[in-house]
Design a protein around this ligand. Structure first.
Ligand SMILES: NC(=O)C1=CN([C@@H]2O[C@H](COP(=O)(O)OP(=O)(O)OC[C@H]3O[C@@H](n4cnc5c(N)ncnc54)[C@H](O)[C@@H]3O)[C@@H](O)[C@H]2O)C=CC1
Ligand SMILES: CC(C)CC(=O)C(=O)O
Ligand SMILES: [Mg+2]
Length: 358
């Protein structure tokens, strides 16, 4: 059966890395005998330019009608003026909300051949295998009210941090489920010593834990978690946390893996549809140079095959191909610390494509 995949290349390096992931998916289709129907739509800054809207209705409608969505990244200096009413990032937030994608899965694994790409000592990063489950449609990025005002001669800005117990429950429950077939250990990260929403988060996680007696639960404050990620990352299995903490901790965790460009993600809700995207942004500093690492996006395509299309063998074929290519010594510039042969984005993508086997 034909599967509909919407591509949202977005801004900066987004189109460069999505191009490679699409080529890999096409190769999977040829190798395994599937038909994937691709359609490309505008989001972010590109959509502000073309539609005056970071998430045009036509884009959201296409994503709703698709089996899965593969996204590059949004944002960049062109749209960064703080006085702008509309920003590229609103397109991505609107898409996550619009599709009800409340959980963002961000696996962080250290490839043995890339341990030296990390600025951390090899003994701190070897063997790391963490699954972050980040809440994605609540918290500070969505809370209302948010505004700026003049108050007694000062400028005052307000954001709102808000969670309901139900929002916490569903994402924590997913984290426990995902921990079952892994090492059965969930670390719930919060700032319960200071923040009310975190106290609700901790209480709710403790309550949900009763449904999963064979999985261990520990609570950790976000500040010491940030430190433990550097000093003892192997001690983590599944980490579940709220939207902004998860956003920040996963960029930090990418340093363990060796590069932000390596890490994939899956944004999931209750159905099978999902948005798959690398965890990095639009990387304006390297955009247009054919040097971005497409691995995070290619591995996101593997997650798409597994979670939205139910194609496990195909997902494994992509992951194996990436492994083989890295084992062969192929690198992009950001992985140079691990030695090997430095390739362009497109040359690296071609190597992965060539390594897809049934
Ligand atoms: N999901 C998304 O679309 C996200 C968008 N952004 C947006 O991206 C723009 C730039 O944000 P930054 O803070 O610079 O974060 P960024 O993630 O774009 O870049 C941070 C650093 O990582 C490097 N990097 C990122 N992706 C890479 C790749 N594939 N290969 C090699 N190196 C890579 C960049 O060159 C840069 O040095 C902003 O407009 C921001 O709002 C940021 C994060 C997520
Ligand atoms: C809205 C995005 C720019 C937030 C982000 O950095 C991310 O989801 O990784
Ligand atoms: Mg981020």
């Amino acid at each position: 059966m034909t599967k509909k995949i919407v591509l949202l290349p977005g801004d900066g390096v987004g189109p460069e890395v999505v191009r490679e992931a699409r080529a890999v998916l096409e190769q999977v289709g040829r190798t395994f005998g599937h038909t994937f129907e691709f359609s490309e739509h505008a989001i972010g800054g590109a959509a502000i330019d073309s539609h005056d809207d970071p998430l045009p209705k036509s884009t959201l409608d296409a994503c709703k009608a698709a089996d899965a969505v593969l996204l590059g990244a949004v944002g960049g200096p062109k749209w960064d003026d703080p006085k702008r009413k509309v920003r590229p990032e609103q397109g991505l937030l609107g898409l996550r909300r619009g599709l009800g994608l409340y959980a963002n899965l961000r696996p962080v694994r250290v490839h043995p051949k890339l341990a030296a790409a990390s600025p951390l000592k090899a003994d701190k990063v070897e063997g790391v295998d963490i699954l972050f489950v980040r809440e994605l449609t609540g918290g500070l990025y969505f809370g209302e009210p948010r505004f700026r005002e003049q108050l007694e001669g000062k400028v005052r800005a307000v954001d709102t941090l808000e969670y309901t117990d139900e929002e916490v429950r569903r994402v924590v429950r997913l984290a426990f489920r995902l921990a079952g077939p892994r090492r059965k250990r969930v670390t719930s990260v919060d700032k319960a010593n200071v923040i009310e929403t975190s106290r609700l988060w901790r209480e709710t996680a403790t309550e949900v834990h009763k449904e999963f007696p064979d999985v261990a639960l520990e609570h950790q404050l976000v500040d010491s978690c940030a430190m433990r990620l550097i000093t003892a990352a192997r001690s983590f299995d599944v980490i579940v946390t709220e939207n902004m903490f998860g956003d920040i901790l996963t960029d930090e965790a990418s340093v363990l893996a060796g590069s932000l460009g390596l890490l994939p993600s899956a944004s999931l809700g209750d159905g099978t549809n999902g948005v798959y995207e690398p965890i990095h942004g639009s990387a304006p500093d390297i955009a247009g140079k054919d040097i971005a690492n497409p691995t995070g996006t290619i591995l996101s395509a593997a997650m798409l095959l597994r979670h939205s299309l139910g194609l496990t063998a195909e997902a494994e074929a992509v992951e194996r191909a990436v492994d083989d290519v890295i084992n062969s010594g192929a690198r992009t510039a950001d992985m140079a610390g691990a030695g090997g042969e430095s390739l362009s984005t497109s040359a690296f993508g071609q190597r992965v494509l060539g390594a897809i086997r049934k």
